[in-house]
Design a protein around this ligand. Structure first.
Ligand SMILES: Cc1cc2nc3c(=O)[nH]c(=O)nc-3n(C[C@H](O)[C@H](O)[C@H](O)COP(=O)(O)OP(=O)(O)OC[C@H]3O[C@@H](n4cnc5c(N)ncnc54)[C@H](O)[C@@H]3O)c2cc1C
Length: 303
C-alpha cells in the first residue's frame, strides 16, 4: 500500500514538489544509524519547491531541517514532526572571492571547489561530513577555523513561507552554536574567502584529512564529537580520565581511539547512546565538577 494512499490535500501537494513519505526511518538518514521514524518526511526538489511547500504543511506540525544527519541523535520512538531533507538544494556559485552555496551543498565538496578556484579560509570543511545548512546551524569548525570566520549572510526560510536575509552578525554565532529564528531553515549561505594558491590549499586539506583519519574512529557509525569542549579543557581528556574509554551500553561504545566519540558498534539503539551520554556526564561531574554539554543535537528534546 502506498505510504500516501490516505494522503490529505497538503501531502499530495507536497508530493508534487519533491519526495514525500510517511514513517521514514531516521536511522537511514543519520550517521549514527539510529532513530525511529519521522511521521512525515519531505525532500523538496529545489529551493523554489521548498519555499512553495513550507506553508502548505499545517502550522501545528513542527519541522526538523535535515542536512546529512551527521550531528543528530533521534529517539527510537521517532519524531512526530516533518523532517525536511535539504540535500537537493545544492547550487554553488563562485564570484571572485564570494561563494554562494545552497543549504544542501556538502561541505567537503564546497572545500574542494574552493581549492580549485584558488580560495582559502575553509580548508577544514574538507573534514566535516555535513552540509552547508547544517554547518551554519552548528557553526561547524575544526583546526582553529569555523564557519562564522567567513560567513557573510544567510537566506533563511521562515515557517510562514517568508524568506529573510540575515547578516552573519544576526546569527550570533559562537562555538558550535548559531541563533536561528524558531522553526526556520537555512536555504543558502554566502561566504567571503581569500585568494590562495590551489596547490597549497589542497595540501593543507590533505594534511587535515590525514590527521583526522589517524585520530578518529571513522570505520563505525558516529556523530563526531559528542560533547563540546569545556572552557580550557577537552571533553575527550575528561571522559578518558573518568575511566570510560571503551565503556559500552548495549550496542553503543565510547571509542577506544577517541573518548569524545560514541560509536554504534552493532545494534545500538538511540536509548543506548543517550544512556552513555548521561553516564559520561555524571562521571565527569562527580570527578571533576565539570558539566559536559552535548554537541550532538538530541532532536526529540527540541520539539
Ligand atoms: C566523523 C565526523 C566528524 C565530524 N567532525 C566535525 C568537526 O570537525 N567539526 C564540527 O563542527 N562538526 C563535526 N562533526 C559534526 C557534524 O558533521 C557537523 O555538526 C555538521 O555541521 C552537521 O551538518 P549536517 O548537515 O550533517 O547537519 P544535521 O546533522 O543534519 O543537523 C544538525 C542540526 O542542524 C539543523 N540543521 C541542519 N540543516 C539545517 C538548515 N538548513 N537550516 C537550519 N537548521 C539546520 C538540524 O535540524 C540539527 O539540529 C562531525 C561528524 C562526524 C560524523
Amino acid at each position: 500500500m502506498s505510504a500516501l494512499m490516505h494522503a490529505t490535500d497538503w501531502q499530495t501537494q507536497l508530493a508534487a514538489l519533491g519526495v514525500m513519505r510517511e514513517q521514514e526511518s531516521m536511522a537511514r538518514h543519520t550517521t549514527l544509524a539510529v532513530g525511529g521514524p519521522a511521521r512525515w518526511f519531505f525532500r523538496p526538489a529545489d529551493r523554489e519547491s521548498l519555499v512553495a511547500g513550507i506553508s502548505l504543511c499545517p502550522s501545528d506540525i513542527p519541522i526538523v531541517p535535515l542536512g546529512r544527519g551527521s550531528n543528530m541523535l533521534v529517539p527510537d520512538g521517532g519524531l512526530d514532526a516533518m523532517v525536511i531533507d535539504l540535500s537537493d538544494l545544492d547550487t554553488l556559485v563562485f564570484d571572485g572571492c564570494v561563494v554562494r552555496a545552497g543549504a544542501g551543498v556538502r561541505m567537503s565538496r564546497f572545500a574542494r571547489l574552493c581549492a580549485e578556484h584558488g580560495l582559502t579560509g575553509c580548508e577544514f570543511l574538507a573534514t566535516v561530513p555535513g552540509d552547508i545548512g547544517g554547518g551554519v546551524a552548528m557553526n561547524a569548525g575544526a583546526f582553529a577555523q569555523q564557519i562564522s570566520d567567513t560567513l557573510v549572510k544567510a537566506d533563511v526560510l521562515m515557517r510562514s513561507g517568508e524568506v529573510i536575509e540575515l547578516d552573519a552578525a544576526a546569527l550570533a554565532m559562537t562555538y558550535r552554536h548559531s541563533v536561528l529564528p524558531a522553526q526556520s531553515l537555512v536555504l543558502a549561505a554566502e561566504f567571503k574567502l581569500h585568494p590562495g594558491h590551489p596547490d597549497e590549499v589542497r595540501e593543507r586539506m590533505r594534511t587535515m584529512r590525514r590527521r583526522r583519519s589517524a585520530t578518529q574512529p571513522l570505520a563505525l557509525p558516529n556523530c563526531g564529537s559528542v560533547f563540546k569542549n569545556p572552557q580550557g579543557d577537552h571533553a575527550a581528556r575528561l571522559v578518558e580520565a573518568a575511566g570510560l574509554k571503551g565503556f559500552a551500553i548495549g550496542g553503543a561504545r565510547i571509542s577506544e581511539q577517541h573518548a569524545n566519540f560514541i560509536v554504534n558498534a552493532g545494534e545500538a539503539s538511540s536509548a543506548d547512546i543517550v544512556a552513555l551520554i548521561k553516564r559520561a556526564q555524571r562521571e565527569v561531574k562527580e570527578r571533576f565538577d565539570i558539566d559536559l554539554e552535548p554537541e550532538v543535537r538530541m532532536i526529540g528534546e527540541q520539539l
